[in-house]
Design a protein around this ligand. Structure first.
Ligand code: RIB
Ligand code: CA
Length: 314
């Protein structure tokens, strides 16, 4: 059993990562979900996270709103990818799940301070603003973190938001720099691996046959989420970026990685947010991340479909 905190910016792929995590209470104890501004503004990312708790029947999991802006830069959103609501394709209703009054950063600090050393896994799937703020606010939380498993960055794939940068890192490069330099074991699902788990028509058909609310919401979100990347890359389906983090927690053997140095560009506007991954160890910089570069895509979708199918047919 892992105790985890998911920090996210739903976004269809974050939403599916939440549904995957909430479907697996025997393996994952979700202490809380913190929302951050990213794909859409904070008031939508927190609302979308709460909606997923309703769909999953997991209103036992507290949801917190974190930072509405990056540490230093102006917020950049991605409605062109995710739609105006952030989870276009899902039925949008006012969630039953309430929003906690506590700020998400304070929740992360308090939850970690209350935990044993090396006992909490952080699972960020959006810009790293909340995580960085928590570390800056209370550095003593670091020893409580046993692993950070995040979605972000790119090496061979190049950037998806500028020629050099992946969206999560680009939105808040300063925050990413703080996290990648924090010294805790950090496993990184960059575009190099997420672009291998494409929601092809065959896979979407199998998801569409899941007869429950989680399956229906996932199928609807994928129908919308698919259109942007298939047009942009000419690929047979959109990459399911964020669920790679949760799939790794549930079945790490699906993935292959290599310990490397990863450094973030925080100065040049041309390459802002670029993740320089020293895959071939051409420098003596510390190997601060486990860089994931291969995944069993069929195994990933088999896991996702199996776990989504576990929800009651509501
Ligand atoms: O670049 C992909 C990442 O940016 C994903 O986390 C997606 O949800 C967006 O936040
Ligand atoms: Ca995300």
């Amino acid at each position: 059993m892992r105790s985890i905190i998911i920090d996210c910016d739903p976004g269809q792929d974050d939403a599916i990562a939440l549904l995957l995590a909430m479907s697996s209470p025997d393996e994952l104890k979700i202490l809380g979900i913190t929302a951050v501004a990213g794909n859409v503004p904070l008031e939508l990312t927190e609302r979308n996270a709460r909606l997923m708790c309703d769909i999953a029947g997991r209103t036992d999991i507290p949801v917190f709103a974190g930072c509405a802006q990056p540490l230093r830069r102006k917020l950049r959103t991605a409605e062109n990818v995710h739609g105006r609501t952030g989870i276009d394709g899902a039925d949008i209703v006012e969630p039953k799940q309430l929003l906690e009054a506590q700020h998400g950063v304070d929740f992360i600090v308090d939850a970690l301070l209350a935990a044993e050393d090396d006992s909490i896994t952080l699972v960020p799937t959006g810009p790293l603003t909340n995580i960085a703020m928590a570390i800056e606010k209370k550095p003593s939380i670091l020893r409580k973190i046993n692993e950070i498993v995040l979605m972000g960055g790119a090496m061979r794939e190049g950037g998806n938001s500028t020629p050099s940068a992946e969206f999560n890192i680009l939105v808040d490069p300063q925050a990413a720099d703080i996290v990648f330099c924090c010294g805790r074991p950090t496993t990184v699902m960059g575009l190099d691996v997420t672009h291998q788990v494409l929601a092809t028509p065959e896979r979407r058909d199998r998801i569409r046959r899941i007869d429950n609310n989680a399956g229906r919401a996932t199928a609807g979100m994928l129908d919308f989420f698919n259109r942007h990347d298939t047009a942009k890359y000419g690929s047979p389906g959109a990459p399911l970026h964020d669920p790679c983090t949760v799939a790794y927690l549930l079945k790490p053997e699906l993935f292959e990685g290599k310990h490397c140095n990863l450094a973030v560009e925080t100065e040049s506007e041309l390459t802002m947010g670029h993740t320089a991954v020293d895959f071939w160890h051409v420098t003596d910089r510390p190997r601060n991340v486990l860089w994931m570069h291969a995944v069993d895509a069929d195994g990933f979708y088999a896991l996702l479909i199996d776990r989504l199918s576990r929800y009651e047919n509501a």
